[in-house]
Design a protein around this ligand. Sequence first.
Ligand SMILES: Nc1ncnc2c1ncn2[C@@H]1O[C@H](COP(=O)(O)OP(=O)(O)OP(=O)(O)O)[C@@H](O)[C@H]1O
Length: 491
Amino acid sequence: MPSEAASIIVRLDDAGKYFGAVRALDGVDFAVSKGECVGLVGHNGAGKSTLMQVVAGTLAPNRGRIAVGGAVEENYSVVRAQKLGIRCVFQELSLCPNLSVAENTRINHPSLRGFGWRRRAARLIVDKLDEIFPGHDIAASDVVRDLSIGRRQMVEIARAFTVTTDPLDLVILDEPTSSLDARTAGQLLAFVRRFVAGGRSCILISHLLGEILENASRIVVMRDGKVVVADTAAAFDRDRLVTTMGGAAAETREKAAAQTAARQESRPLRVRARPARQTNQTELVAREGEIIGLAGLSGHGQTDLLIAIYSAAERRMAGVEVTEPVALVAGDRQSDGVFPQWSIAANIGIRSLSRLRQGLLISAQREAELAKFWQDRIKIRTPDMNNNILSLSGGNQQKALFARALGSDARIILMDDPMRGVDIGTKLEVYDLIREEARNGRTFLWYTTETDELDNCDHVYVFHNGRIVADLSRSELTEERIIQSSFSEAV
Ligand SMILES: Nc1ncnc2c1ncn2[C@@H]1O[C@H](COP(=O)(O)OP(=O)(O)OP(=O)(O)O)[C@@H](O)[C@H]1O
């Protein structure tokens, strides 16, 4: 039986990291042992990603000590971490878009060179994809730019688990399932359990608390830059997790259901849209004040229809009718959402320029007022809304995108799986906000991969192969029903 010290892979003592006035890490002690899956949870901006960047060697702490395999590291870096068997899959993907899957794999494995490297890199990554995501349809020659965000995430994850010359002891997964559909997420989590059972270790960050409770052996809860509780997973249930994180008390499905208005045939039409690949007369219909869900496996036409509706607000499109201004909250904030050069306030104000204008110029004061209002309303954690948008944690960037849409004059809000990466406390507040805005007459079209979120909807369209295959009222909604419908062919 190895001693406790011998079984520790990595250990941080009193780690501190500051960004100007923000204490992202404020004296954190943290360790991971062999054969454990540590679940790391906390509200948006609690410091989880920063802590992981320190463990992965991509960020040097301002103070504290890091030891790997019992030896204190003086010049720790990402290259050193890799040599010591520590890898990280970050929230924001790091693949080079203009390179193929095999070429991206080679970047992490300098030993893949010389004659035939491309074939060897292809074998390495495809074998790992087969092992983690059986039935995936990714080829080593696919150029990353052409892959959906979910497939990119699969490649990124598989690449982190490939081994050539360096050892592999610990893989950090920062919200790994946020871009994966339920089936693929299940495959990954099953693989993580096997990986850990084989004596190696993972750190799993997720805002889906069920994922943490079912897969972690130990759970560490962070709050405002500190570790507030660390305990075996068996010592937690969902409520204890939410309370320890400092979130609102868990809301029941019943409450959400009771607060949502029933479907109203008599209300004015806001959107009527038939998917381009629809072969029958079925179409999506959304009326004033309705929250309409779009469900089904990811990549089955939900986003395409939202984009068609968004485009139809600007120019006529066959099969799509839109009667009011539209705003879109993108789920892939990296490619469609944030303006990376701009401040948080400017990112929020961009959809409201006509209201912010004073004469020919944008009024900095009005922009600041709008930003402040939303900062308070959905708790965007930053000391200054004039800071660059990228200074926000991932979940807080997502909140800024919400603020942009909800703060605009749009009466129809399209949401493309926008809650990924948002913490549970904020999610519940945003759900309340959406329902309140719907009661005030706004219409929401909400694509989500989280079945629980559909409880907020009045009505749900299930998609398969680019077509609407089911039209479910809320009383008919169950996970089984959605999955069943996803595989059926027609309404
Ligand atoms: N490069 C940076 N510049 C300025 N502030 C930063 C930077 N990176 C992180 N921060 C701040 O540090 C704090 C912790 O951020 P971190 O990304 O670690 O949070 P998190 O717990 O991972 O949040 P989320 O759940 O939203 O991903 C936040 O207040 C964030 O705004």
